[in-house]
Design a protein around this ligand. Sequence first.
Ligand SMILES: [Zn+2]
Length: 260
Amino acid sequence: MAIATSVDILYRRPMSRRQPVPLITALLLSTCAAAIAADTIALPVRFHIVAGMETVKRDVAMDSWVAEADIRTALLPEINRIWRQARIEWTANTVTIHTVEPGRRRDRTVAMLATASRDADGRSDPRRVRKLDKLLGTDGNDGAAIDVYLVPYLGETSQGNASRKKRRVFAAQWTDKPSRGEEPPRRFALVEKETFRDGSLARTLAHELGHVLGLRHPDKATQRELGRLMGGRRPGYRLTDDEIATARANAQSLAANIQE
Ligand SMILES: [Zn+2]
């Protein structure tokens, strides 16, 4: 009892003697909140859902199925949950439907994506990305935000591609990566709860946005930390301290650049 009383006195005395204690606490708390908010770097993203690019592979007709509501209520919150560790926040400025006009260029690109496979070293065919950039006119982007294009399919076991220079990301809504291309492509899960199993469209986007911020894949032979967003052995969601420092430095200059 004696101890309880003294704790009680210690706790209560300042509050009963003078009122400012809660006020100071409130001030301190609000200062901390302001500091955290100021420390977060916000980066604008424009989402483009690509229509008119139906791709057929192994009898599966793949078209865009992600809707604006999926982006705003599932993808973006998960991307931001992943990036919170770096105090970087992505905002969806616009979500638009980008309709590809029918024609030979489209047909050739779609045919290339349907048949694209990885080479002996596991590399995807870079020509398919150049074709897509041409088809979608991404060279004409004004750079006022990061452009994310959600296409139906990106080629065998390929889920995403990023160009740091163009501030552009491609991501596939259908994937055959979990089966290593052995099975027909299927719709990618929007999100996957940790821990990592097959990955998700949200995680792919978070990974590709990492490339836009200058991050690379870890070297599987020498990497120490597992469970990483940027891939490597046993991929996951974590960013290393070095990656956070690099991403934040690049995010800072990108944000300043975008505001100009
Ligand atoms: Zn990558």
